[in-house]
Design a protein around this ligand. Structure first.
Ligand code: NDP
Length: 254
């Protein structure tokens, strides 16, 4: 058990990567608050955590709204205790060519993917500082934070922001014994990717062919890396962006 009786909060945990991270934390002994845009959306993951014998709380929290974020953290502290581990996972991707891109598209990516890291980290750090036992924050970035792909200006810019926010927060919060790292996944088979495939924005077979491991990742692939950087095993590691992509970004041929 790497997180015995720790309190974790995972944003965007109704499905996909966030759900797998929340369940992995619970298997390692954590009690977990799980959020989605509505409490009903988070309820199934919370039930699965309780079935593992841990405490869970399902919360509705749109991560780009400060009032909802602060309410979710207050509810977590009241029900479970102050947060030790925060996973900033909630995110959206709506690719569109530059010449068709709206101001709203830009704002949504920056708000849900990047501003949320500021809001949720601020709320978590207040609790971590007051509890005085340190803590760990893991941001879920993306390989597109460093590797550009076309027609995704808002998504790529927001994920690059997450990479650098990781570094700023890490050096600022080190004196509180709070570590901040980022996991940057490659292509992971979730509803986000399946919807882009259904909409004709990408082709799953082409992604598999381009990946040296010849497969898309799973939520568990990401969760295992998150557990490592969030745990005391990575106690001297902070401010890092760690890529989990089956070799996608290392590959430079064809
Ligand atoms: P999914 O679309 O499967 O799940 C997204 C989650 O985020 C859901 O729980 C959703 O809740 C929640 N969410 C969406 N918008 C908001 C919001 N405004 N406020 C709060 N919660 C919200 O995505 P993935 O699991 O694939 O992605 C998770 C993270 O991983 C994202 O940050 C994504 O950018 C990143 N990532 C994913 C990759 C992939 O290939 N899948 C690759 C690289 C990075 P609800 O059910 O209520 O909508």
């Amino acid at each position: 058990m790497r997180f015995p009786d720790k309190i974790a909060l995972v944003t965007g945990a109704s499905r996909g990567i966030g759900r797998d991270i929340a369940l992995a934390l619970a298997r390692e002994g954590a009690d977990v608050a799980v959020t989605a845009t509505t409490p009903d959306g988070a309820a199934d993951t919370a039930a699965a955590i309780r079935a593992l014998g841990r405490r869970a709380l399902a919360l509705g929290c749109r991560v780009e709204h400060a009032a909802e974020v602060n309410a979710a953290f207050a509810a977590t502290a009241a029900a479970l205790g102050p947060v030790d581990v925060l996973i900033n996972n909630a995110g959206i991707s709506s690719p569109v060519p530059l010449l068709e891109m709206s101001e709203e598209n830009w704002d949504q990516h920056m708000d849900v993917n990047a501003k949320s890291v500021f809001l949720c980290s601020q709320a978590a750090v207040r609790q971590m500082r007051d509890a005085g036992r340190g803590g760990s924050i893991v941001n879920i970035g993306s390989i597109v934070g460093q590797n550009a792909i076309p027609q995704t200006l808002g998504y790529c810019a927001s994920k690059a922001a997450v990479d650098h926010m990781t570094r700023v927060l890490a050096i600022e919060l080190a004196r509180h014994r709070i570590r901040v790292n980022c996991i940057a996944p490659g292509y992971i088979r979730t509803e986000l990717i399946d919807k882009l495939a259904r909409d004709g924005k990408l082709t799953l077979e082409a992604l598999e062919r381009r990946t040296p491991q010849r497969r898309l990742g799973s939520g568990e692939d990401v969760a295992r890396a998150v557990l490592y950087v969030a745990s005391d095993d990575a106690g001297f590691m902070t401010g890092q962006v760690v890529t989990v992509d089956g070799g996608w970004t290392a590959y430079g041929y064809l």
